[in-house]
Design a protein around this ligand. Structure first.
Ligand code: SAM
Length: 294
């Protein structure tokens, strides 16, 4: 494992991710449906003989759906732990432990791709350009050269879409940092790990900006939709588990009082989303980018 992989993946173990991930429901085409059902609906529009590449497979949650639907599925992830867990589950999926940034830099990687997709992962590859490694403290710190970071992120996004063969499709699911669910996370993380321009939406805005420019030059065609919905928790305990073990994994550094104060804040903040049966529906959202290289 290189230093970058260690820093970016040390808190994200496949088992923890699977256990802590709650179900998401979105308002899609007039229906409130679970995220995976929505993804299946979107993917149904593509031919089953397509060759699909997924960037950032994670535990293979969506890779499994791709595998059911398409004849040829490949995937990459920066975390070797994640790659190993998917390899066990889906031995026929071609997997590689590589950074998205490196992958898109090599045009030959795109020879066999008909559909390029990424679910809740591409944002990290953009964010990488706004971070630097502090080798002394073994930590990640904000970029010291913002203009260079902007140029490099633009280069990476351009490579992703311009290296696609003509007429290939893409589907990028990008997180919505403006939702109630995510704003609670941002409020705390931004204190110890500043986001570009102190704006957690910055990577999304950058992505949109570069995609719009590509569309303006008629190099891609893209439909973009932000849809809203909610994340569901059976009870407050389940919500605590998700926030502590997923969103705030690696945040506390053994500070028990901080854990207690965040749990209290979570209770107060989310109380208005509590249902009569004790479950919670916390407003969440997602950005869908569905397009084609032209
Ligand atoms: C939030 S998880 C999403 C996983 C999966 N797509 C899903 O929807 O369940 C993000 C994944 O992106 C991977 N990742 C983060 N930065 C990456 C990068 N620069 N290159 C490749 N993978 C990366 C992480 O290791 C993690 O597995």
């Amino acid at each position: 494992m290189d230093i970058k992989e260690i820093e970016y993946t040390k808190y994200l173990l496949p088992k923890d991710y699977e256990e802590a991930l709650p179900p998401y429901f979105f308002d899609f085409q007039g229906e409130i449906i679970e995220e995976v059902v929505m993804l299946k609906k979107i993917l149904n529009k593509f031919s089953s003989i397509s060759r699909v590449m997924e960037l950032g497979v994670g535990t293979g949650r969506v890779t499994e759906i791709l595998y059911e639907q398409f004849s040829d599925v490949s995937g990459i992830d920066i975390s070797s732990n994640m790659i190993e867990s998917v390899r066990k589950k889906l031995p026929n999926v071609k997997l590689e432990n590589i950074d998205i940034n490196k992958f898109v830099n090599d045009k030959s990687n795109f020879n066999d791709i008909d559909i390029l997709c990424s679910f809740w992962a591409y944002n990290y590859a953009i964010l990488n350009h706004y971070e630097e490694f502090d080798f002394q403290n073994k930590s990640i710190k904000p970029t010291s050269n913002f203009d260079k970071s902007n140029l490099n992120s633009e280069k990476m996004i351009n490579e992703t879409f311009l290296n696609l063969k003509l007429k290939s499709d893409f589907l990028i699911i990008f997180f919505d940092s403006t939702s109630v669910e995510q704003q609670f996370v941002t409020k705390y993380w931004s204190k110890i790990q500043p986001f570009p321009k102190n704006d957690r939406s910055y990577t999304y805005k950058r992505f949109l900006e570069v995609l719009n420019a590509l569309e303006g030059k008629e190099q891609i065609q893209v439909d973009h939709e932000t849809i809203k919905g909610f994340v569901y928790f059976d009870d407050f305990d389940k919500m605590i588990k998700t926030y502590l073990n997923l969103h705030f994994k690696g945040f506390f550094n053994g500070d028990v009082d901080l854990v207690k104060s965040i749990i209290l804040d979570l209770k107060i903040t989310m109380d208005k989303y509590k249902m009569i049966d004790g479950s919670y529906k916390i407003p969440a959202g997602v950005n869908i980018f569905l397009g084609k290289r032209i």
